[in-house]
Structure formats: C-alpha cells, structure tokens
Write a protein that binds this ligand. Structure first.
Ligand code: NAD
Length: 435
C-alpha cells in the first residue's frame, strides 16, 4: 500500500508504551503515525524524530494534551492510548464515542465501573478494540496455545503460571515508581498481572471459569525491614550501605548508564546525560530507599481459579532472579508441558519422552514479540475494516482474536481476585464487585 493511502494513527502518551508501539509499527506501511500527544516536550519530539527516521513521509502533528486532539479526531483512523492507568477510561470513552478504533493499553481501567463504561462505549459505537494484553500475541504463546489446542497433553487438568517480576524491576515500578500506590494507579495484580490472568482465561476458556480466590500482601518493602546499616538515609545517593544493597538505585541506574545500557535510565530521566541522571536520583522518587517509600501495593500474590474440570494458579512475585520471563506448567491427561517463555518442553506419558519446541524469538520487540504482534494485529484489523469493508466484529475476531467481552471478563476476574484477597472470601464469577 503506498504511504499516502496508509491509515492514520494518533499516539496518546509518548512514554515507554507509546514508544514501544510506535517502534513496533515503524516499518508497517499499512498505517502511518500522524499525531503524537504528550505534555512532555522532550518525549513527544523524541518519539516523532525516531518515527520519522523510518517514515520520512510522515507529517506528524504534535499536541501537548490529549484533549487538544479531540478537535482533530477526523484526521485519524485509529488511536493508541498509552497514558497512565487512571486516564484510560476518559480517553477511551471519548474516542469510542467519536467512532475511533483503538488500541488501549492495559489495564482497561482501574475500577469495574470504568471498565464497563469503556466496554459499553466500544460496543455501542462499533469500534475495533484492542487491549494491551500483549502476552496473547507473542510467537511463543501463540505456539504454546496451538500445542494445547491440538491436544498434545490431552485435556488440561491444571495450569500453573508464575510471573517473576524481578527484584529491581519491582523496586523501580512498584516501590518507587508509577504503580506503587493503589490510589494513584491501581492494585498490583491489576497493574502487573491483568494480562497474566487474561492468558489463563484465554488458554483455559473464559466460559469455564467458575470461582476465584486470592492471597497476598506487601510483605517486604516496608519501613520495619530497613537495615540498621542504612543509618536513616532515605536516598541511595547518601546511603552508607548502598554498595551492599540489592535495591540500590545507583546500581540500577548509574551503573547501567555507565555501561551504555539506557533501558532503565530512559524511564526516569529524559536527558541522555550523567549529571541529569544523578540529579534525578537525588530529587525524584527513583533514588528513594525502598524501605522508605509511600508504596502500598502487594509484592506477592497468588490467585486460584476454578475452571470446573480443571484448576489454575497464578503467582506474582517481586523477589525473583528472572524479570518477567513467565514460567508456565500444564498438567494434562496424557502429558505435561513446561515453558520458560523461550523453550516449550512437552513430556508424553505414553512414550516417556520429551519434545522441545523453540518458537521464533523477536528480540527487538518487547514481551517476546507480543508488542509487535498486537500492534500488527491492530493495523491489520483497521485495514480490513476501513479499506476492505470487513465488519468490525469480523475484523476484531480475525485479527485481534479477542472480543471486548473477553477483555471485560478477564478484568472482572482480576477485580474478583483482589476482592477475595481483601475479604478472605471465595468469589463466584457472577458475584458483584464491591471493591
Ligand atoms: N502492555 C504492557 O505490558 C504494559 C507494560 C507497561 C505499562 N503498561 C501500561 O501502559 C500505560 C503507559 O505506561 P508507560 O510505562 O508508558 O507510562 P509512561 O509514564 O512512560 O508514559 C505515559 C505518558 O503519558 C503522558 N501523559 C500524561 N498526561 C497526558 C496527557 N494529558 N495527554 C497526553 N499524554 C499524557 C506522560 O507524560 C507520559 O509520557 C499504563 O497504563 C501502564 O500500566 C502496559
């Protein structure tokens, strides 16, 4: 498709996720990013510059606030919503009401009523709705699901899924960072693992889910665990025991910057310069002692799901060596599968042999290629609907492979799990959400 015929996309939020989807779409000729909105000038300019290196034909209008984009809504065929969690509802509902197709970052929203509001707006306005449940779109997980659907281990009796968040990643996001407090973001099961629960629902069949229970707490990152050797320091840059601390912000940000690794520094400092980074540690939340923050979200949580003839468990754990390399075990009637998100081992009870599968790895796209997979699915759905006239429902099913109702139900299970954790009860799938 020539670029002048590419469908036009607006990216709202030029932070980490805005960057990830823009990058994922930079070589996709079917769509073209023609609008970027972010109050942070450095970020919106940098994102436009990066994209234009790949798409010099792109004329990108820049906006300071997403609200300014409403007046130009007719200039876009679709919108990618990458602002923080609590902003999703307002943006998604307004753009759905304007008839815009959307890829909205996960979580859908932070309250059950907001999720329902988005769902209703999407359904009423008949727009394509892709949720940032990137785990459904990685080549590894697509391959794994196919093996399971093909019955390589018979009927699944139990699924065991672990999300190892990683000790320094957890400290960055859930102790010091954006997702540390329920009141400014959401509870950590929702922020971190709504797509893990979604994977369980996808694989086990959402219609089979009957009951949910959950336990968890903020066990470690609390004032009482602060080592005496820290001598009351509240920032890593002045802490006497920083060198021996696993959670040292200097190690995470300064040492990696010095080695030329910008993956983490870019998340806390827009300027590519050591002095600015050090200043960010001294003055922003990201240099704070992990035992001295205002965090309140769980650092460990388990969720148990009753799928009638089968059960599933999900563990979210902060303190892990792996960083988001999910581990999945499936126990079936004729075999067992173990996956570390890279290799899938299928053990057969009859032959007593293991077969190993290594699905394609997409190094340059996050989430094992899930970012690229989802962004591409969204672009394909848009083209099939807008250019080829396929109905929204047909394009949604064929490309997104997940309905707005699937998204709503998997979020409901996350709310029910948190409700169970807080109330000490077992939640039925039809129970009312009261949190
Ligand atoms: N799918 C996934 O695996 C995944 C992973 C990480 C984060 N997320 C979700 O993605 C979303 C974004 O996370 P992030 O890490 O990119 O955060 P971020 O803070 O890096 O980016 C958010 C951006 O939104 C911008 N913004 C704030 N107000 C705005 C406004 N009025 N108009 C336009 N832009 C505005 C901010 O300036 C910021 O640059 C969150 O909801 C997060 O939970 C999803």
């Amino acid at each position: 498709m020539p670029s002048q015929d590419s469908l036009r996309l607006l990216v709202i939020g030029a932070g980490n996720r805005g960057r990830a989807y823009t990058r994922a779409l930079r070589n996709n000729e079917q769509v073209i990013i023609t609008g970027i909105s972010d109050p942070n000038k450095i970020r919106r300019n940098a994102l436009a510059k990066m994209y234009k290196e790949f798409r010099p034909d792109a004329e990108i209008k820049l906006y300071e606030d997403w609200k300014e984009t409403i007046a130009d809504a007719d200039s876009y065929d679709g919108v990618i919503i990458c602002t923080m969690d609590q902003m999703h509802r307002e943006i998604a509902v307004i753009f759905a009401n304007l008839g815009k197709h959307m890829l909205c970052e996960k979580p859908m929203a932070t309250t059950w009523s907001d999720c329902q509001e988005i769902f209703n707006a999407v359904i009423e306005n008949k727009v394509i709705f892709a949720m940032g449940h990137v785990l459904r779109y990685s080549p590894h997980n697509v391959y794994l699901k196919k093996l399971l659907d093909d019955g390589v281990i018979g009927e699944i009796i139990n699924m065991n899924h672990t999300e190892p968040v990683g000790w320094y990643h957890y400290a960055h996001s859930y102790v010091r960072g954006n997702w540390r407090r329920k009141d400014v973001s959401t509870f950590s099961l929702m922020a971190k693992c709504c797509h893990d629960i979604d994977v369980l629902m996808w694989i086990m069949g959402r219609e089979n889910c009957k009951r949910v229970s959950s336990f968890g707490s903020l066990s470690y990152f609390r004032a009482e665990n602060k080592p005496a050797a820290a001598k009351g320091a509240s920032n890593c840059t002045t802490c006497p025991m920083e060198e021996n601390c696993a959670y040292s912000a200097k190690k995470l940000y300064m040492d990696s910057f010095d080695k030329g690794d910008k993956e983490w520094t870019i998340k806390i400092c827009d300027e590519d310069n050591r002095d600015a980074l050090l200043k960010a540690l001294e003055t922003s939340d990201y240099g704070r002692c992990v035992y001295d923050c205002d965090n309140d979200v769980c650092d460990n949580q388990v969720v148990n799901l009753d799928f009638g003839k089968a059960t599933a468990t999900m563990t979210m754990i902060a303190q892990s060596k792996e960083v988001c390399n999910r581990k999945m075990c499936f126990y079936g009637t004729t075999g067992e599968i173990y996956s570390d998100s890279k290799t899938i081992e299928v053990f057969d009870f009859v032959t007593k042999k293991s077969t190993f599968h290594k699905p394609e790895e997409v190094e340059e796209s996050g989430h094992g290629g899930g970012d690229l997979g989802l962004a591409t699915a969204f672009a394909n759905a848009l083209v099939d609907h807008v250019v080829h006239g396929k109905t929204v429902d047909a394009a949604q099913i064929e490309h997104i492979k997940c309905t707005p109702e699937d998204v709503l139900v998997s979020h409901k299970v996350v709310f029910l799990a948190e409700q169970s954790r807080l109330n000490g009860s077992v939640s039925g799938i039809d129970d009312k959400i009261t949190i």
